[in-house]
Design a protein around this ligand. Structure first.
Ligand SMILES: [Ca+2]
Ligand SMILES: [Ca+2]
Ligand SMILES: [Ca+2]
Length: 221
């Protein structure tokens, strides 16, 4: 019984170490009433960056193709057709890797993506803390791409961390498709995140389990 309990605790500690839950939403959930949209995708109360200027909200930085992280960027465009919030958007501007840095950590992170083209970069994937969690983005059933060109919202994704902190979220284009007309230009918008929550270390969970065992043993006597 004791061995089983310790084994279960260790298993539990392992399970909560690396869980990123991917919640994907088809563009049909978009609503120009942003409080309705935020509710539809589960980000009510989150901190939101809508890219109406080149200054990012506190807690968010961005880097391009392995460059240094910055809280300001010039890669801003205006495109109400592809925006997931107000009309300003972030563009990759010829870079095949874009990384969002959560400087204080986050328990959830969400973003809208538009202008994706499978014909250019079919393997575009999302990494959390350097580990791939969605490969490829276009493989998600909620992904919409009817024009394979630069005029459409493709998908909104919310990532929820269980038992870990999100420090970085990267979009990695992967290799270009054979005969591709060039690197895909992608639009990001309505990036949202919630503060990190304190996560108990696996060792403290084990300590808690052993303390409980000790308590149970002594209660029996
Ligand atoms: Ca916007
Ligand atoms: Ca801003
Ligand atoms: Ca594109």
């Amino acid at each position: 019984m004791k061995k089983l309990l310790i084994f279960s605790l260790c298993l539990f500690a392992n399970l909560i170490q690396a869980a990123i839950i991917v919640n994907a939403f088809n563009p049909s959930v978009f609503n120009s009433n942003l409080s309705v949209f935020d509710s539809n995708v589960g980000i009510t109360g989150f901190t939101v960056e809508d890219f109406d200027d080149g200054t990012l909200v506190n807690g968010l930085q961005v880097s391009f193709s392995g460059g240094s992280a910055s809280s300001t960027t010039g890669n801003i465009a205006n495109s109400s057709a592809t925006a997931w919030g107000t009309s300003g958007v972030l563009v990759n501007a010829g870079n095949d890797l874009v990384t969002f840095h959560l400087t204080g950590g986050a328990s959830s992170f969400a973003l809208g993506m538009s202008n994706m083209e499978v014909r250019r970069n079919p393997d575009a994937s999302i990494l959390v803390n350097g580990v791939a969690v969605v490969t490829p983005v276009s493989g998600l059933p909620e992904y919409l791409d009817t024009v394979n060109d630069n005029s459409q919202k493709n998908i909104y994704i919310r990532l929820d961390a269980i038992g870990e902190t999100i420090n970085t979220v990267s979009l990695d284009w992967g290799p270009q498709a054979p005969g591709s007309p060039g690197l895909d230009g992608i639009v990001f918008d309505h990036v949202a995140f919630s503060d990190a929550v304190a996560v108990p270390e696996p060792s403290s969970l084990l300590f808690l389990g052993l303390s409980t065992l000790f308590f149970l043993r002594h209660r029996k006597k």
